[in-house]
Write a protein that binds this ligand. Sequence first.
Ligand SMILES: [Mn+2]
Length: 280
Amino acid sequence: MGMINNYMRKNSKKTYLCRHKIKCMNSLFINPVTINGVIYFASDFHLGAPNAEESKEREKRVLDWLNCIEKDITHLFLLGDIFDFWFEYRDVVPKGYFNFLAKLYQLREKGVEIFYFTGNHDMWVKDYFEKELGFKIFRRQQAFMINGKRCLVGHGDGLGPKEYGYKLIKRLFAFRPHIKFYGMLHPFIAFSLARFLSRKSRAMAPEEDRDYLGDEKETLTQYVLSISQKESIDYFIYGHRHLPVKKELYNGAIYYNTGDWLSHDSYIRMDNNDIELLKK
Ligand SMILES: [Mn+2]
């Protein structure tokens, strides 16, 4: 029995490796979602952090921005870490953010499509936004054909060549029994713990990360450089880095980073003729 189990274990590992290899060899530009119009991208609002007051002030800046772009927007991409922490229970969602969510609802009512990519801070967004506000939720990067351009879009976490520790933590956090257990904690405990961990991760973030570290040290840049050598992509659009970036790669591809709203208030606008990295 033990031998059979061992054999099966070995074999299933083999098929896993095979599948993994095939996945790596395949193009990343598969099943693109085709859209046309005036598209805005932003990420990393980190609403809720570091305290209610500062978050409220940031939320207001975001609202002003949404009011400004309302005149021509057809699609809004929210590229992750919109909330510093989000956890949905079966019957309960976090308090707050009413003005922000009401504005998004209003945009939806006007026919604006909203694509929401979960980031590492809001990976526990479940189906609330989808059901209540009609967002389209994405949990990994996705290919888009936007105004005829081939785009790869995502939050951008865990894509770099190394980042093994980070990838492991992400898998632990995405592990269903862990989420279920966390969901059984009283919200007072769950949210206190989340705030504590979030503060800690910010305190640990190295100061020099605020500036571009150079291509060799930037994991996302390394990633897009290697992909752009192998396949034809026009634009890579990510968040997560908290730094607005525009970087030309191989074969005419460009890597854009949306930056953040903690210190940059940056976003990307794309229409039929142009793509621009802008600040509010
Ligand atoms: Mn972030």
